[in-house]
Design a binder for this molecule. Structure first.
Ligand code: ATP
Ligand code: MG
Length: 176
């Protein structure tokens, strides 16, 4: 895996990390790192406008979990399940009309299960999604650049953030 040239901003809040990706491949590599660090029950909430890179990041997370088959083609399915080192529950709330559907569709079985949940368009369901999570806010900077702001809530997610910070510092020193 090639070097990651992220510009890292250790911002005012020590509990937040901003990474800039310069290509879809870099975004996938960030996903791979997250997938490699993931533990059962982890909740990753992706927030960002259309086409910012939520699915691209999820593809990397899947690879990091050892999931080889990859077919995140557009579909009307809200949850897709993939099996690697751990199950990956890829939830896309884009088509969700009412927040009650999260409960009606039985999404709690996934959200409080033993897999890793990645939720696209998480802002649509924030009030009923688990309070402890890693929020990843993606913003469009240019055709090829995206900002990833990682905001943890809860001890487990502070731990993931600390691990990712260490990895990012290593990659800046050319160690990774
Ligand atoms: N640095 C980057 N990181 C991620 N994607 C990028 C980057 N630069 C360009 N892109 C392009 O942006 C698009 C991201 O598409 P993707 O489907 O991942 O977005 P999304 O946020 O899941 O969209 P949607 O809201 O429709 O689900 C792809 O066409 C990808 O090639
Ligand atoms: Mg998507």
């Amino acid at each position: 895996m090639g070097a990651l040239y992220y510009k890292m901003k250790l911002s005012r809040s020590v509990n937040c990390l901003e990474l800039i990706s310069h290509s879809p491949e870099q975004t996938q590599r960030l996903g791979v790192r997250i997938g490699e660090l993931a533990l059962p029950g982890d909740i990753l909430l992706l927030v960002g406008a259309l086409g910012t890179g939520k699915t691209c990041l999820t593809q990397g997370i899947a690879w990091g979990l050892g999931i080889e088959e990859y077919a995140f083609s557009p579909s009307f399915v809200i949850v897709r399940e993939h099996h690697g080192r751990l199950p990956l529950y890829h939830i896309d709330l884009y088509r969700l009309d009412h927040i009650e559907e999260i409960v009606e569709l039985g999404l709690d079985d996934y959200l409080y299960g033993n897999g890793v949940c990645v939720v696209e368009w998480a802002e649509k369901g924030l009030s009923v999604l688990p309070i402890e999570h890693l929020m990843i806010e993606i913003s469009y900077l240019s055709d090829t650049e995206r900002s990833f702001q990682l905001k943890p809530t809860g001890k487990r997610y502070l731990e993931i953030l600390a691990q990712l910070k260490r990895l990012s510092l290593d990659s800046q020193k050319g160690l990774k």
